[in-house]
Design a protein around this ligand. Sequence first.
Ligand code: UD1
Ligand code: MG
Length: 450
Amino acid sequence: MSSALVILAAGKGTRMNSDMPKVLHPIAQAPMLVHAMRAGRALSPERTVIVAGHGAEAVTKAALAEDDGAQVVLQTEQLGTAHAVDQARTALDGFEGDVVVLYGDTPFIRPETLERMIAARAENDLVILGFEAADPARYGRLVMNGDRLERIVEFKDANEAERAITFCNSGLLACDASTLFDLIAAVGNDNASGEYYLTDVVELARARDLNVTAVACDEAETLGVNSRADLAQADAVFQAASRGALLEQGVTLMAPETVYLAADTVIGRDTVIEPNVVFGPGVTVESGAQIRAFSHLEGCHVSRGAVVGPYARLRPGTELAEDAKVGNFVEIKNAEIAEGAKVNHLSYVGDASIGAKSNIGAGTITCNYDGFMKHRTEIGEGVFIGSNTMLVAPVSVGDGAMTATGTVVTRNVEPDALAVARAKQDNKPGYAKKLFSMLRKKKENLSKGS
Ligand code: UD1
Ligand code: MG
C-alpha cells in the first residue's frame, strides 16, 4: 500500500518568541521539520506535502534542502488543523493510498510507530496515534469504547468527565486519502476555538459506520515543542539518546554528557571522543580515530586512525585521510590532508591539499583570501613546511620540497627545492647591553620627573 505524508508546519509558535518559524528551530542542529521528514521517510512515501504558513519561504527552503521531491503548499490563514490538511488536497490529486498526517513540531516520532499505524490501517478506516499522558493538560482526549475510538474532545470543549481521561491525542493520523478528504470536507468550526478541528474526522467517520481505532505510543515520542525551554529540553533528550546509541555501537565517549552531537553525526567503532567535543552537521568519523578534547567539527570526514585536537577546528570540506594528525589551535577548511600528514600546531589551512606524509610547521598560514576571491594552495607529498610559513595562494609546493622557517611563499616551489624568503640575520655585538642601559636610564629620569 502506498502512502503520502502531510506535515503540518504553518503555525507561528507564538511562545517561541522568535522571528523564525517554529518548525525551523533546530534540535541537534537540524530543523524540527527535518526530524519529522526523516521519521516519515521510513514509510517510503510516494508524496510528501508540507503545509507552510508563517515564514513559508524559509520553511520551503529547508524542506526542499532535505527532500527536493517534497511539495510545499501554503495555508495563508491558520484556521485549524483540518483546514491545514485540506490545503494538501490538490497536491495529492490522483494519489491513491494512505495519508499519514504528522506535525512539523513533533520531532521524536519513531519510524516504527508510523509503521504500526499503517499496519493498524489494515483493519481500520482511520487510525489515530494516542498516548497515555502523565499530565494531560490541554491535549485532546480520546474517548474510547473498548478498542474503538468514538471521538476526540478538545480540552476547551470537554466536560469534567472527559477532562479526566488521560489517553490523549498526539495529532497524528493515518487514513485512506479519498476517505480523509471526504471527512475533512464535512468538518465545521462550531466549537470553543472557532477552528476547523482535524480531530472532528473521528466522530464524522463513526457516523458513517467506519472503523476507527487508536494506536498508542510512548509519550516521549509525541513531545511537542512550544517554547525555547521545550526546545532545550528536546535537544537534551535527543543528545542523551544519540550518545547512548553511539556507546552501544562501540564508540568511547570519555565524558558522554559533555559531547554535543548533530542529528546526522556518524562515528565508527573504537573511535575515542574525549570530553567537550562539539559536532556540527555533516560529520563522519571512521573507526579507530581519536577526537581529542575541546575540538569542534562540522561538514568533514575523518578517516581511520586520524587524530584531531585537542582544541582543533575542522570546518566544512575538510577531509582527513588515514593517520592524519591535526593538533591544537589548528583550523582546517575545505582541504584534503592526505595519509599520515601532520598539521600539529597553531595553523590555518584553507582551500588546500596536503600530500601524504607532509609536515606543516607551527604557525603556518595558507593566505587563501585576497579580499575578493579564494585561492588554492597545493602541497605535494613528503614536504616539510617550516614554522611560520605564509603560503600566498594560488601557490604550489612540489613533492619533497622544503620551506625555511618564516618564509613567505609567493611563487611555486618545484619538487625537492628549498624555498627561503626572509631577511638575512645581522648580529651586532654588545648592542643589546647598550640598549638595555639606555632604556633603564630613560625610565629612571622619567620617574624622577614625576
Ligand atoms: C492539536 C490537537 C489536539 C492534540 C494536540 C497534540 C486539533 C484540533 N487538536 O491541538 O487534539 O492533543 O494537537 O499536540 O487538531 N497547524 C497548522 N495550521 C493550522 C493549525 C495548526 O499548520 O491552521 C499546525 C501547527 O503548526 C502545529 C500543528 O498543526 O504543528 C498542531 O497545531 P496546534 O495549534 O499546536 O494544535 P493544538 O491546539 O496543540
Ligand atoms: Mg500544539
